[in-house]
Ligand binder design. Structure first.
Ligand code: DGL
Length: 287
């Protein structure tokens, strides 16, 4: 592999790298696995350097770059999925500049589909402070000017509470955020669509549902990311081949490999709970 990450030759059996600041990217991995069940995934949760959402851009850019390089050099990935809204907002442009031949897919809060599907045209957006303050998010919002009213809610502490499976703090942060956003429901002027603009938040769906009621549509970004990943691989003819009896190793490729820069037990528990698989999680240092 050349140092700039240029993939060469037949890459179809190589892995897809996926990273987030922690367990949140598992919500994207779930969608990826369902769209691309034959692919092998390597997941990195950067919990030792989280949360990203309340840190400055320089930190998130440096971490994203180090993890991308680690995945390229050690795991020879054929594509990279930035399964974190905050890292996408801060770093995806630079990642694409630095690794120009590697397909890189990012995630952004699902404002566009929300503007299309909302009836009341009042949309709640929960995200990290880093995402909401980013230039990328500003452009996305500006591109939808006049199409809907967006109620933006920075959810300080929520990703961290979910990361540590702290139910009390998760409930408190969700209650604070939804309380601050206003009225939810189908009535005119109420929020009928809630964008979960951080990949950790889908893991608080039950709590959020109990707070906003049954008539609110939740939107997350995993499925479009998975479809875009498929498109980029398909156009390069890099999709994983179907498993055959003659190629038993192909079956093995389907179990993702999990790495964390933080607490391995946290990621292991989250994988078991949210993906319903038993997997080894390895601690790694990524400088
Ligand atoms: N999961 C990340 C996101 O999508 C960020 C969580 C954090 O580390 O603050 O924005």
């Amino acid at each position: 592999m050349p140092p700039n990450g240029t993939p060469v030759g037949d890459r179809s059996t190589d892995a897809i790298g996926v990273f987030d600041s922690g367990v949140g990217g598992l919500s994207v991995l779930r969608a990826l696995h369902s769209e691309l069940p034959l692919e092998k995934f390597v997941y990195v949760g950067d919990s030792g350097h989280a949360p990203y959402g309340e840190r400055d851009d320089a930190h998130v850019i440096a971490r994203s770059h180090s993890i991308a390089r680690y995945l390229i050099e050690l795991h020879h990935i054929k594509a990279l999925v930035v399964a974190c809204n905050t890292a996408t907002a801060a770093a995806i442009k630079l990642l694409r500049q630095d690794f120009p031949d590697l397909p890189i897919v990012g995630i952004e809060p699902a404002l566009k589909p929300a503007a299309q599907s909302s009836h009341t045209k009042v949309i709640g957006v929960m995200a990290t402070r880093g995402t909401l303050n980013s230039e990328k998010f500003g452009s996305l919002l500006a591109s939808l000017h006049g199409q809907a009213t967006f109620v933006l809610q920075p959810c300080d502490g929520l990703a961290d509470a979910i990361e540590h499976a702290d139910a009390t703090k998760t409930i408190a942060a969700c209650a604070y955020s939804t309380g601050a956003m206003g009225q939810f429901g189908h009535e005119s002027g109420a929020i009928d669509t809630l964008v979960l603009g951080c990949t950790h938040y889908p893991f608080a769906t039950d709590i959020l549902r109990s707070l906003v009621g049954p008539n609110v549509t939740f939107l997350e970004g995993g499925a479009p990311v998975a479809r875009q990943t498929r498109r980029l691989l398909a156009e390069r003819h890099w999709l994983a081949p179907a498993a055959t009896d003659a190629d038993p190793a192909a079956l093995f490729r389907r179990m993702p490999a999990f790495f964390t820069t933080g607490n391995a037990t946290n990621l292991h528990t989250a994988v078991e709970r949210w993906l319903q698989v038993q997997a080894d999680v390895q601690f790694i240092r990524i400088a």
